[in-house]
Design a protein around this ligand. Structure first.
Ligand SMILES: [Zn+2]
Length: 114
C-alpha cells in the first residue's frame, strides 16, 4: 500500500512538473499567466470557471431563473464541436474559443442543475 501511494505521488509530481495540462497533456492548450501555467487546459479552465461562477450565482437567483434545456444543449454542442475540431485540426481553434465554449457549458449546465 505504501509503495502504491509513493508511486501515485511520483506520477502526480512528474505530471505537474512536465508543464503539460493534466487533462489532455497538450502544451498548446495550456493557459499561461505570467510565467505560470494552469494545471488544466483552456477548455477545462472554462468549465470549472463557469461552474464556480454559476454556483456563486445560484443562491442569488434562488430558483427565479433556470436556463432552458435548449440553451444547455447549444452550449454542450458548441463545446463538443470545438473539442472535435481541436482534436482533428489543432490549428483550427485557439485557447480563447476553448475557454469560452467551456465556460458556456460549465455555467449553463450548473445553472440548469442548480
Ligand atoms: Zn482539459
Amino acid at each position: 500500500m505504501a509503495t502504491r501511494l509513493l508511486r501515485v505521488k511520483q506520477v502526480a509530481s512528474t505530471a505537474l512538473r512536465s508543464r503539460r495540462p493534466l487533462c489532455n497533456a497538450r502544451p498548446h492548450t495550456a493557459i499561461r499567466i505570467l510565467n505560470w501555467e494552469l494545471p488544466l487546459c483552456a477548455r477545462c479552465c472554462g468549465v470549472v470557471g463557469g461552474s464556480i461562477t454559476a454556483a456563486t450565482l445560484t443562491p442569488v437567483l434562488a430558483g427565479t431563473w433556470q436556463p432552458p434545456l435548449s440553451l444547455v444543449a447549444v452550449a454542450c454542442f458548441a463545446c463538443a464541436s470545438d473539442g472535435i475540431i481541436s482534436y482533428r485540426r489543432p490549428e483550427a481553434t485557439n485557447n480563447f474559443v476553448r475557454f469560452v465554449t467551456g465556460y458556456a457549458l460549465g455555467s449553463s449546465l450548473t445553472l440548469w442543475i442548480g
